[in-house]
Ligand binder design. Sequence first.
Ligand code: GDP
Length: 364
Amino acid sequence: MEHIENDDQFQGLKVNKGISEQPTVNPYLNNFKRFKRKTYTVSEYVEGIRKGDISILGQAVTLIESSKQEHQSIAQEVIEKCLPYTGDSVRVGITGVPGAGKSTSIDAFGMHILKGNNKLAVLAIDPSSEMTKGSILGDKTRMERLSIEKNAFIRPSPSAGSLGGVARKTRETIILCEAAGFNRIIVETVGVGQSETAVHSMVDFFLLIQLAGTGDELQGIKRGIMEMADGIVINKADGNNIEKARLAQSHFQNALHLFPLPDSGWAPKVLTYSGYYEIGIEEVWNMIDEYIGFVKQNGYFDHRRNDQARFWMYETINERLKNDFYNNPAVQAELKICEQQVLSSQITPFSAANKALNTFTKHR
Ligand code: GDP
């Protein structure tokens, strides 16, 4: 391609003509590329994870995230073998709109958690990850201090598939992390859409990060999200913002009084803090510890985990049935016909659905 910049008269920088192929700096490099990453057997994975080998843990998580059948079957075996070593942990979900300060706060919370001789895994569920390839949440660069700590494992959101599928993968990753000795788990999500419900279904404590706004903080927060929260924290309570944050705190506290007491018996608290200036970090974590102590004593801790296990069993069945149904070639063909018939009012949507379901039963 000719560039005007290459005209003899042109005074500015010149653009060289392109070359068809980059010369190889090291011709031996091509040989190395052929070497695949080492693959492990199921027991090597389990042994590595149990020893806390981060590299093997990371590779096992990659298997969980893979859509390949052979990877999935190894992953499932590894998960099952790891299951007996899990459970002795505290799982915390953190949500908040973009800009609420989730990553800044998780960095600060994380450093506090590590001081207590814990191992922390930070995972994420990002509903937009199909587009962003999971780069928005759980990204290492967003948690600068944590990302270089050897006792912290940070993993961005799995990117492929439906929210249900992504959430299942994160839940399975929790199992592997716990087997690897990570006794504190944070699952982060953005405060939009359905992802909070997914996170809520896999954690012991659900923390909602809020910002003090214009005085009408409760606007725009879905009632459902507030009801799910075991604690609400108002971030950026620093500088000129301290008063506003306190005001927001009392708004939220009043609003929470209107809800019935949750099944846990724990009345959700509202605190203010600053993730950036690290003010009130310890208090936020003390609240979570207090909650865990409370629900362990009244039996709700185990009750919630059992509920969650049951939920995930049915979620997995639903997910699998849906995939099998929509990937079935006979169903796919039938659906095309049914759709046309529905659109031209030849049959009702219900009988079309029945026809497709019957096709599935016959051709499974
Ligand atoms: P996220 O999108 O929820 O992960 O939010 P970030 O952690 O990326 O924070 C968004 C912006 O808010 C960044 O510019 C942070 O520096 C700033 N921020 C986060 N926490 C605080 C805080 O406690 N106080 C103040 N003043 N700014 C903060």
